[in-house]
Write a protein that binds this ligand. Structure first.
Ligand SMILES: *Cc1c(COP(=O)(O)O)cnc(C)c1O
Length: 424
């Protein structure tokens, strides 16, 4: 399609967009009485308007039923988490029994390391991307030290090539072959938080399995953003948070995936608690733990229902729309945003560069060779919410649920004013 950098054209695209009506289903913050242009759904998704109702329901049940709410509310609390599994499984390409919502993301990664990082004298190395998200680095290093191993000898980082902004799949595959029989685990962020790159999860998983390693993915920036087929790809485990593209509120619960191959097993190391034992016999309070044949077996505590409620509210919308439709609009609005950026760059000699490779989801990371930070401040002051990463990167996520093509056009105009105003 031939794009145009005009308000009429942007509105024409909105008029044709089957998702445009969903914008009204979200609360937008305001700056000077006007709804913001929101580009930070990759950090904290907007609040769906139905969230409040789901939370109120739990609050009312608690008020009116108290302890009876565990079994006698309309959505009983004791197995509330089970309601999330089927819709969430569709988002990540899993079987329902492979998915569970529990704890928070980094906590879950720690729990999953107990089961899937089982170093031996010969096979002990972990492969991850260089400059992984800080929490993932701390998690890996502390897990390695916990097992009396040396992080420097154990953690192998995949590097980008000199002067390049993305990782090459062939370099990753080469590294996997090279580490070979010493490789115990691959754990990478499926979508990189900094440059927005989507890794070739299928190929990397296959390569990891072929040398005998376990393969896990941190899907914080992938869940609800890109197509995932965790089951078919043969991924061993994965975890993600719910507050980025999944719009479930700050710090909210995390999802986990455990491949069917690992379910229903007794011989797998795991940190256990009462919500992981068979539900039929759970309240007999027996000393023996009886694993279930689902990912729920990794659940330790009784579910945080007040946190699950917003996640369930959000999943209702994902269920209604489906990933395919979201991804179709994501590609269109992302292409339009890229076009707008190129147009403004031409008009202003803004000297910025998109560092996100072709394999991408919602996020475009833009490197500003000039005055990045002051431009970022200008955008924020003028109702464009983006985020800033050192040394000079603004990340823009055009989220298909609630961003409009008109937003992209208006953003371009504000960006242009910001650049021209500063060079005057
Ligand atoms: C957002 C994000 C996290 C955050 O972890 P929490 O435990 O939810 O605070 C971790 N890892 C990655 C890759 C992320 O993008």
């Amino acid at each position: 399609m031939q794009f145009q950098n005009s308000l009429d054209f942007a509105r024409h695209l909105d008029a044709q967009d089957p998702l445009s009506k969903y914008r009204d289903e979200f609360h937008f913050p305001q700056v000077e009485g006007k709804e913001v242009i929101y580009f930070t759904g990759n950090s904290l998704g907007l609040q769906p308007k139905n969230t409040q109702r789901f939370i109120n329901e739990v609050m009312t049940d608690w008020k009116e039923l108290a302890v009876k709410g565990h079994f006698h509310s309309e959505k009983p609390w004791w197995d509330y988490h089970e309601r999330l599994a089927a819709p969430l499984a569709k988002v990540v390409g899993a079987k329902t029994e492979e998915v569970c919502v529990m704890n928070t993301l980094t906590v879950n990664l720690h729990f999953l390391m107990v089961s899937f990082y089982r170093p031996t004298e010969k096979r002990f190395k972990i492969l991850c991307e260089e400059k992984a998200f800080s929490s993932d680095q701390y998690m890996l290093q502390s897990q390695v030290r916990f097992r009396n191993l040396d992080p420097d000898e154990t953690i192998v980082e995949i590097k980008k090539q000199e002067g390049e902004n993305h990782w090459r799949t062939e370099d990753i595959l080469e590294k996997i072959r090279e580490v070979g029989e010493e490789l115990a685990l691959i754990l990478i962020g499926g979508v990189n938080y900094y440059n927005g790159q989507v890794f070739d999860m299928e190929q990397i998983t296959k390569a990891g399995k072929s040398v005998g390693a376990n393969v896990g993915w941190d899907l914080a920036h992938a869940a609800g953003n890109v197509e995932l087929k965790l089951h078919d790809w043969g991924v061993d485990f994965a975890a993600w948070c719910s507050y980025k593209y999944m719009n479930s509120g700050p710090g909210n619960s995390s999802g986990i995936f455990i491949h069917k191959n690992h379910l229903g097993k007794k011989d797998i190391p795991r940190f256990e608690g009462w919500w992981g034992t068979k539900k039929e016999t759970r309240f007999l309070m027996k000393p023996e733990f009886e694993p279930m044949s689902s990912a729920d077996t990794w659940q330790v505590s009784n579910p945080p229902v007040l946190s699950l409620a917003p996640y369930l509210a959000s999943l209702e919308m994902f269920e209604e729309v489906g990933m395919e439709t979201l991804i179709k609009k994501r590609n269109e609005i992302g292409a339009y945003l890229e076009f707008i950026l190129q147009e403004i760059d031409k008009e202003t000699e803004g000297n910025f560069e998109i560092i996100t490779p072709e394999d991408r989801g919602c996020q475009l990371s833009v490197f500003f060779h000039g005055q990045g930070k002051s431009l970022f401040d200008y955008l924020m002051k003028n109702g464009v919410i983006t985020d800033w990463r050192e040394p000079n990167v603004i990340r823009l996520a055009a989220v298909p649920f609630y961003c409009s093509f008109e937003d992209m056009y208006r953003f371009g105009q504000i960006l242009k004013e910001g650049i021209l105003g500063q060079s005057r």
